[in-house]
Every structure is written in structure tokens, then in C-alpha cells.
Ligand binder design. Structure first.
Ligand SMILES: [Zn+2]
Length: 365
């Protein structure tokens, strides 16, 4: 059974690991095997994969108000991410997502108590009518999500690491629709070449850093699982606070370019899983952090607003301050006016009493 699961995992997490252990027959061996035929439609995966029903599954909704600040979480430091053009990376359609293989010379050198090596990155997306991120933040589902999958160096390979409690580290990036992001064209421009399930092309290496947010030091951290069968609970998740922009046209390429045996490959996100007793840590204080702009808001806003340091004032903050000062001045002027009026009325009343004064007896008459 273990070997079967490992082979399934190898198929799901194709590329990097499979490059090291090429097994061209494993797909054929499992063709027709019910276990391989999971889909995103019903997501009743636990009938065939018991781990998918356990208590530490992913993705989750990150309730930022309930996260625990942990300033001891070191910033993510990446090495070897700037790949040479001569490095050929396999880009493939595995029927569940698009996968870009990554060399294990790419590493997370700091951020954990051990070193992790890259294996592959892939995407989750929705459809023309549905956003498609896997993680939600404060109940908001983002346009799409990218996962950069790493395995613990000490285990030697993705397959060996995938069943170890501290085996995998996945960096998650949430997308918002706005400005075009040319860096993603390395991948998105090739999607039509891998439209068919099982298709693969090679693309030249490029700087993978450019796909990530700038603020690698602001993130949420929790222990979870693979978001596809066999759902091993071996992933230390890092969900970056800062989102990344892509254009509507780029998102559309993700949503319509790829096919599976059943039709268009879209809506490939797993439903939110219960947090149960787990804690989600934040590497930053939410009181001083930039809040991501929710997708419903004006998507035409400058990316600088999103990518600027969170402690800086935004246009909205400045307007609020100006109106606050104006309101304060107006209120003060009003109070001064009221005090002056009362004084005037009092002296007028005193003068008036003298004028209208009549003896009580006369009043009662
Ligand atoms: Zn994923």
C-alpha cells in the first residue's frame, strides 16, 4: 500500500522528483486504477484515501483575528532561485494542474530549522465565474494560488520526504486581478502548447524570485497537508501576506487553456478544511501590516499600493486624516460658538429680567 501511495504521489507531484526516478511505466501501470481517478467535482476523496479525512488538512481559511503573532519566525530566505536560461525546466499538464519542474539547487536556506530543496511549482484556479485560490484569508477567496513545493534536504527526495511529518514545505502565493505581470508570461504563454493532459514542453530557466511577493517576511504559518490525494499531513505551510497581481487576460489563460480527459481543466481547488485544534501563526503584527486589497475593490489600483511597506500611509489613510482634522476644527468652532451664544443669552436674560420684572402679586392676578 505504501508503495502504491508513493507511486500515486509521484504521479501527482510529477517533474522534479520523477526526473530523478524516471518511471515512464507508472502512469500505464495505474491507468484504470480507481485510486488515480479522483476529481475536484465531488471531492469525496476520503473514500479511497483515508488520510484526506484526518484532522490537519489543507487548505484552510486563515482568520487573521485569531492568528498568533510569532516574532521568532525567521524570514524566508531563498537561494538559487535566479536560474540561468540554459537550465531547461519541464512544464507539464498532469490532468490536475500545470506543473513547472524546479531543480533542487533552489533552496529555502533560512526560515525553518532545516534546509528545504525545491521540487516544483503549480497553480490552482477557478473559472470565468468563480475565484480559485485554495486558502482563504478572512473568508475571502482570491483569484488563484501558486504553490512552490519543497522537500526536506535530509530525506533526499520528494517521495521519501512526503510521508515524514516535517518532510515538505510549501510556499503559497495568492493572486489578485489587476496589472499585467510579465514575469508569469514565461509560464502562461506556453499553456496552449500543453493543452492536452499529459503534454509537456521545456522552457528556459528564469528568475523564479520574480514570481513571488516582495515581502517574504510577512506570512502565515501552520501545519497541514497536501491539498490533493493522498492528502499526507506532512506540509509546513507558508502563506504570504502580500498578494501578487496578474491581469484578467493572464488569469483567463489559466482558466481556459488546459484540458483533461473530461473537458476544460478549471476549478481545481480543494474546499476549505476545518482548522480543528491547530494554531495559525503570523510572522507580523496585523495591527501594523498592510491589509491586502480584497478582490471586490477597485482592481485598477496601482500595484505600488499593494507592494509598498505596510507601515506606510495609503491614500485612504491620508484622506481619513485630513477629514478628521477638518471635522475636529469644525467641532471646536461650533463649541466656541455655542459657549459665546450662551454667554450672550445669559447677559441678555439678566438684562431682560430687569425689564420684564413684575411683583408676584401682579403676576398671580
Ligand atoms: Zn497545490
Amino acid at each position: 500500500m505504501d508503495r502504491l501511495l508513493l507511486l500515486i504521489l509521484a504521479q501527482l507531484l510529477t517533474t522534479g522528483a520523477c526526473d530523478k526516478n524516471p518511471d515512464p511505466e507508472h502512469k500505464e501501470k495505474h491507468e484504470g486504477d480507481k485510486l488515480d481517478h479522483w476529481t475536484y467535482e465531488d471531492q469525496k476523496w476520503n473514500e479511497s484515501y483515508v488520510v484526506c479525512n484526518k484532522n490537519s488538512q489543507s487548505p484552510i481559511n486563515i482568520d487573521t483575528g485569531k492568528t498568533i503573532l510569532n516574532k521568532n519566525l525567521p524570514p524566508i530566505t531563498l537561494e538559487g532561485y535566479n536560474l540561468l536560461e540554459t537550465e531547461q525546466l519541464e512544464l507539464s499538464n498532469n490532468g490536475h494542474t500545470v506543473v513547472l519542474s524546479l531543480p533542487d539547487s533552489m533552496t529555502i536556506s533560512q526560515g525553518f530549522t532545516q534546509k528545504y530543496l525545491a521540487s516544483q511549482l503549480h497553480f490552482h484556479w477557478g473559472s470565468e465565474t468563480t475565484p480559485g485560490s485554495e486558502h482563504k484569508v478572512d473568508g475571502i477567496q482570491y483569484a488563484a494560488e501558486m504553490h512552490v513545493v519543497h522537500f526536506a534536504a535530509k530525506y533526499g527526495s520528494l517521495i521519501d520526504a512526503a510521508q515524514k511529518a516535517d518532510g515538505l514545505a510549501v510556499l503559497a502565493v495568492l493572486f489578485q486581478v489587476g496589472e499585467e505581470n510579465k514575469h508569469y508570461d514565461h509560464i502562461f504563454d506556453k499553456l496552449e502548447d500543453i493543452a492536452e493532459e499529459g503534454a509537456a514542453v521545456h522552457i528556459p530557466g528564469f528568475d523564479i524570485n520574480t514570481l513571488l511577493p516582495r515581502q517574504l517576511y510577512r506570512f502565515f504559518r501552520y501545519n497541514g497537508s497536501l491539498t490533493t490525494p493522498p492528502c499526507f499531513q506532512t506540509v509546513t505551510w507558508t502563506v504570504f501576506n502580500e498578494t501578487v497581481w496578474i491581469s484578467q487576460a493572464q488569469l483567463r489563460k489559466l482558466e481556459v487553456s488546459l484540458k483533461t480527459g473530461r473537458g476544460t481543466l478549471d476549478t481545481n481547488f480543494r474546499h476549505i478544511q476545518p482548522l480543528n485544534r491547530r494554531t495559525v501563526f503570523a510572522s507580523f503584527s496585523s495591527l501594523t501590516s498592510s491589509r491586502r486589497i480584497v478582490p471586490e475593490e477597485d482592481s485598477g489600483k496601482s500595484s505600488e499600493l499593494n507592494q509598498s511597506d505596510g507601515d506606510h500611509f495609503t491614500l485612504g489613510d491620508t484622506m481619513a486624516a485630513v477629514f478628521g482634522i477638518l471635522f475636529g476644527c469644525t467641532a471646536l468652532a461650533f463649541v466656541i460658538y455655542v459657549i459665546k451664544q450662551r454667554k450672550r443669552q445669559r447677559s441678555s436674560t439678566e438684562r431682560g429680567q430687569k425689564v420684564i420684572y413684575k411683583p408676584a402679586a401682579t403676576m398671580e392676578a
